[in-house]
Design a protein around this ligand. Structure first.
Ligand SMILES: [Zn+2]
Length: 76
């Protein structure tokens, strides 16, 4: 996840990711069109997931550097 996204649990619809403003606009539009302007149960704008791991290639490179450090660090 890289952007904000809106989900209405009541209708079972998830909108495409976008900026926070776009997600809030999706929410406002849907609430108005499908729920008479009210807030349905379980609808929410979700924030981007920033806890995801970096790409595998970066992890492999880091592990390789760490292994080299261990190998050469012990040669005193
Ligand atoms: Zn809805």
């Amino acid at each position: 996840m890289t952007g904000y996204w809106y989900r209405c649990d009541k209708c079972g619809i998830t909108w495409d990711e976008g900026s926070k403003h776009e997600a809030q606009a999706d929410r406002d539009r849907h609430r108005h069109e499908a729920h008479g302007g009210g807030a349905p149960d379980g609808d929410a704008v979700h924030a981007p997931d920033r806890t995801s791991w970096p790409p595998p290639s970066i992890l492999i490179a880091a592990l390789t550097l760490f292994a080299l450090f261990l190998l050469f660090g012990n040669r005193h």
